[in-house]
Design a protein around this ligand. Structure first.
Ligand SMILES: NC(=O)c1ccc[n+]([C@@H]2O[C@H](COP(=O)([O-])OP(=O)(O)OC[C@H]3O[C@@H](n4cnc5c(N)ncnc54)[C@H](OP(=O)(O)O)[C@@H]3O)[C@@H](O)[C@H]2O)c1
Length: 514
């Protein structure tokens, strides 16, 4: 932060908070990792910030047999370890008295009759009005059973936004290719109206991602140069330091393309590339983003070889921890060909972006945890301060950091003070936590509040999910036809395979150092 920039202290009560009505949140998968690490801590933080509705209930549902008391103890540990704000005993006591647990199999119709009578009982006790949100934090294979169970028990009504409302949140991934995504959308669409369905991609709740639209459309300086005349290319990177960890079962079936590119990275690309929407109405914003997906040039058969790279990590070390090769991780097939790294080049074929490559890369077991969008502007002409062809001036880059430290930086060239004519690139840097005086809320906090308020702007609409799967499925089919002579490898703790460097270097460009 510049020393002259005043720190702006914002209390949650100063924010414009959407109105939220009392409601019951039912978490299918309440005994799982996501509920413990993210969802319950997010709700607890909303309570501390005074953003939860005055009256609410949270019902966790899972296969494990547990009493409500045991559930409260389990999720308390999650809050102690993962909450943004520390656990305050009396606030926790109040919060935990609104938490309940019901056990049952998603496939068993009795689960839903028991859930219904328990929900009615709790709602009667807490004087709740019957607004219900069903959060499906479960494997995609269970989504159809839950929708049908809710429908048959009369817990889901296709009522649009009528009160009391019933809304459903679907976790990513929505399917594993176009047909499976269509099947999930079909069953949820049969039971719920599209206005009741919230497909979550938590990247869309992150501060920098929300700020992308503000940056572009609340400042006059960017929009005139946000096009192929001034922008050389865009790089989108999501880099993780961990290996596959405890999620082997899921990851082995998914791989980096499905896990990261299909949802988070394509959504980021849409926000960078979208035309200005004419209003902030959720459907207007989503229509604008949908246009980008429609303009994405398909990567089909032969292109797959030239513009995509997939690889897998081999044994190595990150941050002093040794990581076994992917194929030697627990739960991974020793001959697995699942990619843990993918890099690709794509184009948005419209007038604004004609000829501007978008380079995407993501991987596990890399040296840094970072998510970033970097917009690199064109080189300046070789005159005045840029006459040395051997050492050209570095171009301007606007980098938006999504994690770990949310913020942005702009690379400029500056004169080095002194008597000699010397120039040097400098970074103007801005970090949210420095300027606004408090850490940003977690993405799940923002998104849960959005669902309670019925605001779907930051959620994926059915057509967008299917359009991104259609684009990804072409790459998957291309890979399948291409076959695999050998899957490139990169040692854990290194920046990815040399093939990814070649992908961008053959265009005369390089990946940014994170
Ligand atoms: N964890 C993350 O950071 C993360 C991030 C993004 C998206 N997601 C997505 O969120 C979903 C949940 O992930 P997770 O990490 O929480 O998985 P998890 O730890 O394996 O938990 C799965 C939950 O679903 C329940 N469940 C599974 N099958 C069931 C069935 N047939 N009947 C009733 N309950 C069933 C489990 O109950 P029991 O444990 O009681 O058997 C458990 O509560 C997945 O779709 C995942 O892809 C997770």
């Amino acid at each position: 932060m510049s020393p002259n920039m005043p720190r702006i202290d914002i209390s949650p009560s100063q924010e414009t908070i959407p109105p939220v009505e009392p409601c019951t949140l039912v978490i299918f998968g309440g005994s799982g990792d996501l509920a413990r690490r993210r969802l319950i801590p997010a709700l607890y933080n909303l309570l501390l910030d005074g953003l939860l509705p005055p009256n609410y209930a949270v019902i966790g549902l899972g296969r494990k047999s547990m009493t409500t008391e045991e559930f409260r103890i389990t999720v308390r540990d999650g809050v102690v370890t993962h909450s943004r704000q520390a656990l305050v005993e009396d606030r926790w006591k109040d919060f935990s008295s609104h938490l309940f647990y019901v056990s049952g199999e998603n496939e068993n119709p009795h689960t839903y009759t028991r859930l219904k009578s328990r929900a009615e009982e709790i709602e009667r006790d807490l004087q709740l009005t019957g607004n219900r949100i069903f959060y499906l934090s479960i494997p995609p294979s269970s989504v159809a059973s839950v929708c049908e169970g809710l429908d048959q028990a009369g817990l889901a009504t296709k009522l649009g936004n009528r009160i009391p409302y019933a809304r459903i949140i679907i976790e990513k991934p929505v399917g594993r290719d176009l047909p499976s995504a269509q099947a999930i959308n079909h069953v949820t669409g049969r039971v719920f109206d599209e206005s009741q369905i919230f497909r979550i991609d938590h990247y869309l709740g992150k501060e920098t991602v929300q700020n992308l639209m503000v940056l572009r459309f609340a400042n006059s300086i960017f929009e005139p140069i946000w096009n192929h005349k001034y922008i050389d290319h865009v790089q989108i990177t999501v880099s993780e330091t961990e290996g596959v960890g405890t999620r082997a079962g899921y990851y082995e079936e998914a791989g980096a393309l499905r896990d990261m590119v299909q949802n988070h990275m394509l959504q980021l690309l849409c926000l960078v590339a979208t035309e200005p929407p004419y209003s902030l109405d959720p459907d207007v914003v989503r229509n604008a983003k949908m246009e980008v997906l429609r303009c994405l040039r398909p990567i089909t058969d032969r292109d797959v070889e030239h513009v995509t790279v997939r690889a897998q990590y081999s044994e190595g070390t990150t941050h002093g921890h040794s990581i076994p090769g992917y194929r030697r991780e627990k739960g991974i097939h020793p001959d697995s060909t699942t990619e843990t790294y993918v890099a690709l080049k794509c184009f948005v074929e419209n007038w604004r972006w004609a000829g501007v490559p978008f380079y995407l890369r993501t991987g596990k077991a890399l040296p840094h945890r970072a998510s970033e969008i970097a917009v690199q502007f064109k080189d300046i002409p070789q005159i005045l301060f840029n006459t040395n062809a051997q050492q050209p001036q570095p171009p301007n880059v606007l980098a938006l950091r999504i994690q770990p430290e949310e913020g942005l930086s702009l690379r400029l060239v500056s004169r080095v003070p002194g008597t000699r004519e010397q120039t040097r690139p400098v970074e103007m840097d801005f970090q949210y936590s420095d300027v606004f005086g408090r850490p940003s809320p977690e993405a799940y906090e923002r998104l849960l509040l959005d669902v309670m308020a019925g605001d779907a702007s930051r959620f994926m609409r059915r057509d967008a999910v299917e359009a991104s799967w259609a684009w990804i499925t072409k790459i998957l089919e291309g890979w399948q036809r291409q076959g695999l002579r050998s899957l490139p490898e990169y040692p854990a703790g290194t920046c990815g395979p040399v093939e990814a460097d070649r992908l961008i270097e053959k265009d005369g460009r390089t990946w940014r150092t994170l």
